[in-house]
Design a protein around this ligand. Structure first.
Ligand code: NAD
Ligand code: MG
Length: 389
C-alpha cells in the first residue's frame, strides 16, 4: 500500500458491529481519504444492505448463507457483488483490490480472514483482539514476513502505539494498561453471584458489542488485552501492568528505560482510535468532543482486584505460560459469554468454565496453526459440555 495514495480502499470486516458502524461514520466524513471496497456481516442482512446502498462497495459478504437470497435480491439493481459463507470471507480477504482491512469481526471468527489479508501484505487495522490472543505468534510472524503493518484499534493499544511514534530505537521498560474496572468495580463475590446479564451489559464509559461488554464486566477484556499487547509490542509478561482508572481518560501509558512515562489521553470515544488506525500515519482533523481538564478534575488509579475478578489471574497465567493456553482460554471464554447471554450460566460460573477448560484441554508448548484450530475446537466442545449447550 502506498501511504501517499489519495484514497484508501477499505475492506471492512464486521461492518454491522459497534466498531464497524463507527468506522463507516469516519469513512462517510472523509470521502476524500477513504472508499469502501468490501463490507462483511454475519447475520444482520438489513443493515448490511443499507450500508451497501449507501457506500456502494465493490462486494459484500453475508456470513449466514440463509440470508444470501435476501441480500442478493436487494442489491440486484446495483453493481455490488454478493457472496456468502465463511469461505467467502477468506477469499474476499485474499483479494488485491483493497488497501487496508479493518478487522472488526468479534471473536475467533476474525482470525482466518485477518491471516489472509496479512499473507497478501495488506495493512490491517486490528480491532479483533481475539486474533492475537489465539495465535499471536503466527499472526505477528505472518505480518513480518509479508511486510504487512498491523495498526491497533483497541483504545489501549492505540494509545501505546501513539506513545511509541518516534521512539523506534528506545526500549520499553513496561507498559501500563488502563482498565475502567467495568460496571462492577469495587464489588465482591457475594454481589457478583446475583448479577444478571442486563446489568452486566451496562458499561459506564463505552458502548460496545455484547461480547466485549461482558468481557469488560468480568475483566476478561483486560486479560485478553494483556496478551494482545504482548504480541503487538513484543513484551514479556513482567513488562505489562494493569491499573484500574475508572474515568477512562488515560487510554494507556508507556514507561521507557529512563523512567519517563508517556500517556495518550482523550475522552473515551472509539472513533478516535478507529480514525487514527485508518489514516495512520496522518492525523485527521475532526470535531469530536474534547477532554477538558477543568471538567474531570480527578483522575484516579487503583490495583485491579484479581481475587474477585479471577479472569484476570487466568489470563495472567495464559500470558506467562504461552503455548496454546491463551487459545484455549479464549475459546472457553467465548462459550462462557455466549452461555451467559443465553441465561445458561451465571456470572461467576463463567470463570469456572474457563478455568476447568484450561486445566483439561492438553497444553502444547509450541503450537502450529493447525494445533490452534484443534485446541480452539477442543476447548469449545469441553466448555459447551459444562453448560449443556
Ligand atoms: P459487535 O458484536 O458489535 O460486531 C461484531 C461484528 O462481527 C458484526 O458485524 C458481526 O456481523 C460480525 N460477526 C460476528 N460473528 C461473526 C462470525 N462468526 N463470522 C463473521 N462475522 C461475524 O462487536 P464489536 O463490539 O464491534 O467488536 C468487534 C471487535 O473489536 C471485537 O474483537 C472487540 O473485542 C474489538 N473491540 C471492540 C471495541 C468496541 O468499542 N466495540 C473496542 C475495542 C476492541
Ligand atoms: Mg480496549
Amino acid at each position: 500500500m502506498s501511504l501517499s495514495s489519495a484514497v484508501k480502499r477499505i475492506a471492512l470486516f464486521g461492518s454491522t458491529g459497534s466498531i464497524g458502524t463507527q468506522a463507516l461514520e469516519v469513512i462517510a466524513a472523509h470521502p476524500d481519504l477513504f472508499s469502501v471496497e468490501i463490507l462483511t456481516a454475519q447475520s444482520n442482512d438489513e443493515l448490511l444492505i443499507a450500508q451497501a446502498l449507501q457506500f456502494m462497495p465493490n462486494m459484500v459478504v453475508i456470513g449466514d448463507e440463509k440470508k444470501y437470497p435476501r441480500v442478493k435480491e436487494a442489491l440486484q439493481a446495483t453493481s455490488v457483488k454478493v457472496f456468502a459463507g465463511e469461505r467467502s470471507l477468506e477469499e474476499v480477504a485474499s483479494l488485491d483490490s483493497y488497501d487496508l482491512m479493518l478487522a472488526a469481526i468479534v471473536g475467533y471468527a476474525g482470525l482466518k480472514p485477518t491471516l489472509c489479508a496479512l499473507r497478501q501484505g495488506k495493512a490491517v487495522a486490528l480491532a479483533n483482539k481475539e486474533t492475537l490472543v489465539v495465535a499471536g505468534d503466527i499472526v505477528m510472524r505472518t505480518a513480518l514476513e509479508n511486510r504487512a503493518p498491523i495498526i491497533p484499534v483497541d483504545s489501549e493499544h492505540s494509545a501505546i502505539f501513539q506513545c511509541l511514534v518516534g521512539e523506534t530505537r528506545n526500549k520499553i521498560e513496561k507498559i501500563i494498561l488502563t482498565a475502567s474496572g467495568g460496571p462492577f468495580l469495587g464489588r465482591k463475590t457475594n454481589y457478583l453471584v446475583n448479577v444478571k446479564k442486563e446489568h452486566a451489559l451496562q458499561h459506564p464509559n463505552w458502548t460496545m458489542g455484547a461480547k466485549i461488554t461482558i468481557d469488560s464486566a468480568t475483566l476478561m477484556n483486560k486479560g485478553l488485552e494483556m496478551i494482545e499487547a504482548k504480541w503487538l509490542f513484543n513484551l514479556r509478561a513482567h513488562q505489562i501492568q494493569v491499573v484500574v482508572h475508572p474515568q477512562s481518560i488515560i487510554h494507556s501509558m508507556v514507561q521507557f528505560e529512563d523512567g519517563s512515562i508517556k500517556a495518550q489521553m482523550g475522552l473515551p470515544d472509539m472513533k478516535l482510535p478507529i480514525q487514527y488506525a485508518m489514516a495512520f500515519p496522518q492525523r485527521i482533523k475532526n470535531d469530536f468532543p474534547r477532554y477538558d481538564f477543568r471538567s474531570v478534575k480527578n483522575l484516579s488509579f487503583e490495583e485491579p482486584d484479581v481475587k474477585t475478578f479471577r479472569n484476570l489471574a487466568l489470563a495472567q497465567e495464559a500470558l506467562e505460560k504461552g503455548g496454546n493456553l491463551a487459545c484455549i482460554m479464549n475459546a472457553a471464554n467465548e462459550i462462557a459469554v455466549y452461555a451467559f447471554l443465553k441465561n445458561r450460566t451465571n456470572f461467576l460460573e463463567m470463570t469456572e468454565i474457563i478455568e476447568r477448560t484450561m486445566q483439561s484441554v492438553p497444553f502444547i508448548a509450541q503450537p502450529g496453526l493447525e494445533d490452534y484450530f484443534e485446541s480452539d475446537a477442543a476447548a469449545r466442545t469441553f466448555a459447551a459440555d459444562q453448560v449443556n449447550l
